[in-house]
Design a protein around this ligand. Structure first.
Ligand SMILES: *[C@@H]1O[C@H](CO)[C@@H](O)[C@H](O)[C@H]1NC(C)=O
Ligand SMILES: *[C@@H]1O[C@H](CO)[C@@H](O)[C@H](O)[C@H]1NC(C)=O
Ligand SMILES: *[C@@H]1O[C@H](CO)[C@@H](O)[C@H](O)[C@H]1NC(C)=O
Ligand SMILES: *[C@@H]1O[C@H](CO)[C@@H](O)[C@H](O)[C@H]1NC(C)=O
Ligand SMILES: CC(=O)N[C@H]1CO[C@H](CO)[C@@H](O)[C@@H]1O
Length: 334
């Protein structure tokens, strides 16, 4: 008998009700029992299928994800290793097991949201504090998206990263698993266009045509990322003119200030003209611009870094006066 039938029967017998419940109730006890059971089942179903999943989703939404470190290493043209140390903090009020899941990573502020990496997050529990460290090889499934991520990472002061994946939660005491979505957006510090980059200890060779400039570059990395780049080359410009190539070999950027050795093949003539004209001849400082040319790792191009670096233009003032003096050439204003 369906709910409708029960309701109908109830209505047909409505006038009798005025005579009191006793006889009526006695006769239709089974209908009330069925009604009661239906109500209880409905409530249980609502709690289990709507209430618990809602609470589970709410708890997942309230959990805080903190990223302590990200390392991009073993870089190859179409894959790399990504390691993430993170922790999840909850209020610990619901005891639940959360299945492992594939977390898609994308830039929150770039529509349409296009994942640049997929990481397998392990199964966890809803403890107050859970460390989640993952390290795995990631295939570059979408080269444009990964290049854009690297471009933003290198150029921007900060960037919003979202990790999203569908998983299941099993609340302690219940056998059923519920589908939930894990979605967290975190703000990462970017490398901010290497703001504050400095070239120190310059040495010039006045005779050689190649490898005629050496120095140390202080590369600031304000982010929490460690990135293994490779052999990076840059176009060196003076006054908009390409005057040579700068090499930074085996470049790995760690959080903090990185001392990176560089060497370059520079055309001597434009530099000599620059250093002997005002105002550079007075302070001995020549401003150059560097932009990424290529990134090679074991002879192969890493386009996701090369294209990201090529979109940067770094203004680098270099104290060349002392370097020329050291090489035996005292520069002065013509
Ligand atoms: C994670 O932590 C371990 C142990 O402290 C450390 O060796 C590793 O480099 C860290 N990885 C990342 C991605 O920060
Ligand atoms: C996870 O990384 C943290 C550093 O963020 C480290 O202290 C911890 O030991 C690592 N845990 C495991 C299981 O590797
Ligand atoms: C990050 O930098 C890119 C250009 O490199 C720019 O288009 C984008 O709007 C920036 N995003 C944010 C959030 O600053
Ligand atoms: C960078 O170039 C140097 C010199 O050509 C080479 O010995 C080294 O293996 C290269 N490093 C990488 C990571 O490809
Ligand atoms: C995490 C970390 O060490 N960040 C450093 C990155 O480099 C800047 C300097 O440019 C430091 O101020 C940060 O502390």
């Amino acid at each position: 008998m369906s709910d409708k039938d029960v309701a109908q029967q109830h209505q047909e017998n409505a006038p009798q009700k005025k005579r009191g419940c006793a006889a009526h109730c006695k006769r239709f006890w089974w209908a009330y029992l069925i009604l009661a059971v239906v109500v209880i089942v409905l409530v249980v179903v609502l709690v289990l299928f709507v209430g618990v999943p809602k609470i589970a989703q709410k708890k997942i939404n309230e959990a805080k994800l903190n990223i302590d470190g990200i390392i991009v290493s073993e870089t190859e043209p179409n894959k790399y290793r990504m390691s993430v140390n993170s922790s999840i903090t909850t209020d610990g009020s619901v005891h639940a097991d959360i299945d492992g899941f594939v977390g898609n990573m994308y830039l929150e502020d770039l529509e349409p949201h296009t994942p640049f990496a997929a990481l397998n997050f392990p199964a966890t529990t809803s403890q107050k504090f859970t460390e989640v460290n993952v390290s795995q090889i990631v295939d570059v499934a979408n080269m444009d998206a990964f290049t854009t991520f690297n471009t933003w990472l290198l150029a921007n002061e900060s960037l919003k990263l979202t990790i999203e994946g569908d998983t299941h939660v099993r609340v302690k005491g219940l056998s059923k698993k519920y589908g939930v979505t894990f979605k967290k957006t975190i703000e990462l510090k970017g490398l901010n266009g290497f703001k504050g980059l400095e070239v120190t200890e310059p040495h010039v060779d006045l005779v050689a045509l190649t490898n005629n400039f050496q120095a140390l570059v202080k590369v600031p990395n304000a982010s929490i990322l460690t990135i293994e780049i490779g052999n990076a080359t840059f176009v060196n410009k003076y006054d908009g003119e390409d005057i040579g190539t700068v090499y930074m070999d085996n470049l790995v950027l760690y959080p903090g200030i990185n001392d990176v050795p560089m060497h370059a093949d520079i055309k001597q003539e434009p530099v000599l003209v620059a250093i002997t004209t005002k105002p550079h001849c007075t302070d001995g400082i020549v401003p150059f611009d560097l932009s990424g040319k290529d990134v090679k790792k074991d002879g192969e191009t890493l386009s996701y870094y090369a294209n990201a670096l090529s979109q940067l233009e770094l203004n680098v003032p270099i104290k060349l006066g002392d370097a020329f003096a050291e090489a035996g050439l005292e520069v002065s204003c013509d």
